[in-house]
Design a protein. Structure first.
Length: 327
């Protein structure tokens, strides 16, 4: 049966309310997740939240963004506090729960593209720093997975690595500190190795999915990681990238299809399902393979109103049911 889930972020509301709304919407046959509330401020954002997980790589927040430093700043302490609050609510809401539960963290290359060196450019330009970041992140995520397992013993965990910057890292389109230049592209083999470091660190204790909502997802590179899911915005697919989706699905790669636009005003699930199914059929994919697809919104819901975010998440559940009718 086709299942539904979400990407992660929600508009700022009391964390207890959001955790329970996600649970109530998705726990019956879907894949609920630990919501992120970036509207709370620094430390609740994707980069700051993940930077707070790093082991022996302290960061602080500067006007330019999060920076690697010699000692942790107070903002990273705020990130730890937010995460602790969120997990306390998750432990209470999912008491006695048995089933899938997803966590989201910033992937190693988006993290390296977003963190600044103590005196210099983005961490991604320093091969040693990028490698150390991947190692530190792997250890931090492994610790997070263990922590959540202890809080929700019945959960089958899924770790989502958010990699929106992955294509710009691979193609050399990331802007330099000055804003006038572009940073050199990182070799695909190096990128793959960094991702593999994190994937292998958590792969025994959780399933892994890489989320990239950019138009030019590096499907072939992600397939080489093994049984790692790929989460994409399917509304951005072209005939060429649909062929890459087909190759991935036929190779057994789990597809998380972001087929519900975050700004949608659709009143019926077929409005968002039909374009996806049409593309699926045009590349010759069989309907039976839809059973392994996970339907999500196209991206996070953090910039939407609470009412709209809830409606989009409900529509994803209805869309998954509509896809299941084709099986």
């Amino acid at each position: 049966m086709t299942r539904a889930s979400g990407v992660g972020s929600w508009p700022d509301q009391p964390v207890r309310d959001v955790v329970r709304r996600v649970r109530d919407t998705l726990a019956d046959g879907g894949i609920p997740y630990v919501p992120e509330l970036p509207g709370r401020g620094p430390g609740a954002d994707m980069v700051g939240r993940t930077a707070g997980l790093l082991v022996e790589m302290p960061v602080d927040l500067q006007p330019s963004g999060w920076r690697l430093t010699d000692a942790p700043g107070r903002d990273v302490g705020r990130a730890a506090s937010y995460l602790r609050e969120d997990l306390d609510e998750v432990a209470e809401a999912y008491d006695g729960y048995s089933g899938p539960l997803k966590l989201q963290v910033c992937g190693p290359w988006t993290l390296a593209a977003s963190l600044w060196l103590p005196r210099g450019d983005r961490a991604v330009v320093d091969a040693g720093a990028a490698r150390d970041l991947a190692d530190s992140l792997a250890e931090g995520v492994r610790e997070l997975v263990g922590r959540v397992h202890r809080l929700v013993p019945g959960a089958a965990l899924v770790v989502q690595l958010d990699e929106p910057s992955l294509p710009t890292v691979l193609t050399g389109r990331l802007r330099s500190a000055s804003g006038f230049g572009r940073l050199r592209a990182v070799d695909p083999g190096v990128v793959e190795a960094g991702l593999r470091t994190v994937v292998e660190a958590v792969g025994e204790d959780a399933d892994v999915v890489v989320h990239c909502c950019a138009p030019d997802v590096p499907f072939a590179l992600l397939r080489r990681l093994g049984s790692v899911g790929i989460a994409i915005d399917t509304t951005l697919l072209t005939p060429r990238t649909w062929e890459s989706v087909a190759a991935s699905v036929e190779s057994g790669t789990p597809l998380w299809a972001g087929l519900v636009p975050t700004g949608t005003t659709a009143s019926h699930p077929r409005e968002v399902v039909d374009p996806f199914v049409r593309g699926w059929h045009e590349v010759g994919l069989e309907d039976r393979l839809l059973a392994d697809v996970v339907v999500t919104p196209a991206c996070g819901l953090g910039t939407r109103t609470p009412q709209h975010a809830a409606a989009v998440q409900r529509l994803a559940v209805e869309a998954a049911a509509a896809v299941s009718e084709l099986l």
